[in-house]
Design a binder for this molecule. Structure first.
Ligand code: PFF
Length: 453
């Protein structure tokens, strides 16, 4: 008799695998490239304190809400809503997530590509003997070119697609389980180097000592936006990953561990960067160029800088890769489950389509610099639309869905593994997802739109 085997849905095989994958998504350019300069621009320690409050009071519950939806439905970001709310328009949250994933990957892969260019330069000893002006100039020349930024973006997309092509267990889990511990080791090495520089203490003071005179509403809301982007919430990444989490996994604990890991890495990124910035007398509010202009300059002046530069750009590339993988998975899971494509085909189509769109984002720094649409370049539009509109809107709707539609009974089932786990956390969680999170994220959203300032 023919033995008919039903295709089994791929999933993570271990607790460690879930954490590595989800923390891999959360820890990215948002932690190492963006967090330090946003903190630098917004008052250091005071910003950090507010950021921490948001991560744990709002970011963590939203992450848990996404895991709950994903694991309960066992579907992709759009299919999950269709399954949990059949015939209702809630699936539009999922559609928005797919569009957001497309846009995020299009512009994120531009910056991810830059990390490879700098890694290669670090290997080739390309920073040696350059002055500050030369570092700025060479970054501008590289960024505004066409061939190299596009090449690196495509290489990065290829690496991302390669991991996704291999599947959830044999791709995402297998690679993040190696890459994430490596990333932690590399960060710690650079932190130690940075802390042993003369004048390091001033940098730590800047990062940790709160100065509340800097705190205005805009800063509060920026901290919320940064927390959402950094934790990868609001677009279905964690719904998709949640759908691969096994039944016996303790979701609240997993979400807490991932939020903690993301926060610790962001703080370590600050510890890695600010002591060095102060030791070399640089203005901490250097903006997005901090990592690509200021740091190479610091490595050039530092004993052993050749090796530290290689280590730094390796860890930046790893952080970016484990995040791009999670974004591509959102689209691939959707293509394969909703449009019935084989995983391989879905991966190739998604990666090629996103790469083509992404090339326009990359060229926004060069030949398309002046191709402005309502005052913004294509890169800026993708960044703005995804981070300031789709992500917060997605997060608001996700918590409303879990708080008001899914309801307490189903949430309790999922958070307690059908009553196996004890804990009265559910009541607090429901208050947050019903009231606190929607209101707080709505404020951030309106700020992002410029409707309040
Ligand atoms: N959390 C990632 C970072 O901090 O770089 C970026 C990101 C990944 C945002 C995945 C959103 C997402 F769905």
């Amino acid at each position: 008799m023919a033995n008919i085997e039903l295709p089994v849905r791929d999933s993570f095989s271990s607790k460690l695998g879930v954490i590595a994958a989800a923390a891999g998504s959360a820890v990215g350019l948002g932690n190492i490239w963006r967090f330090p300069y946003v903190t630098g621009e917004n008052g250091g320690g005071a910003f950090l304190l507010i950021y921490l409050c948001f991560v744990f009071a709002i970011g963590f519950p939203v992450m848990l809400a996404e895991f709950t939806i994903g694991r309960r439905a066992k579907r992709n970001a759009l299919g999950s809503f269709k399954k949990l709310a059949p015939g209702k328009p809630w699936y539009l949250i999922g559609s928005m997530g797919i569009v957001a994933a497309f846009m995020i990957l299009a512009f994120y892969s531009t910056i991810a590509g830059w990390t490879l260019e700098y890694l290669v330069q670090a290997f080739a000893n390309g920073f040696e003997g350059k002055t500050s002006e030369q570092f700025t100039r060479s970054f501008e020349v590289f960024q505004s070119g066409s061939f190299r930024p596009l090449l690196w973006q495509l290489v990065f997309m290829f690496l991302t697609a390669f991991i996704i092509y291999k599947g959830v267990k044999n791709g995402i889990e297998k690679y993040t389980k190696v890459l994430m511990p490596l990333l932690v080791v590399l960060i710690i090495i650079i932190c130690i180097r940075s802390l042993t520089l003369e004048g390091a203490k001033e940098g730590l003071d800047f990062l940790f000592r709160p100065d509340f005179s800097k705190i205005k509403l805009t800063v509060v809301l920026k901290a919320l936006g940064q927390a959402a982007f950094s934790l990868s919430i609001g677009m279905g990444t964690l719904i998709t990953y949640g759908s691969y989490i096994q039944r016996d996994n303790n979701l609240p604990v997993t979400a807490l561990q991932v939020s903690l890991a993301d926060t610790i890495i962001a703080i370590l990124a600050g510890v890695m960067i600010f002591p060095a910035v102060f030791a070399f007398n640089i203005n901490p509010a250097e903006g997005p160029g901090l990592v690509f202009i200021v740091l190479p300059n610091i490595f050039e002046q530092m004993a052993g800088g050749y090796f530290f530069a290689i280590i730094f750009f390796t860890l930046l590339a790893i952080a970016a890769l484990t995040s791009t993988v999670s974004v591509l998975e959102v689209v691939v899971a959707y293509f394969s489950e909703e449009l019935n494509m084989k995983r391989g085909k879905a991966t190739i189509i998604a990666a090629v389509a996103i790469s083509i769109v992404g090339m326009f984002a990359t060229l926004s720094f060069g030949p398309l610099k002046n191709a402005l649409i309502f005052g913004r370049t294509i890169f800026d539009w993708f960044d703005y639309l995804s981070a300031n509109i789709l992500l917060p809107l997605g997060a608001i709707l996700i918590v409303i869905f879990v708080g008001w539609y899914l309801g307490k009974k189903k949430v309790r089932d999922e958070l307690s593994n059908q009553g196996e786990l004890k804990g009265s956390f559910v009541n607090v969680f429901m208050v947050i997802v019903k009231f606190i999170a929607p209101i707080a994220i709505t404020l951030a959203f309106l700020y992002g739109l410029g409707l309040i300032s």
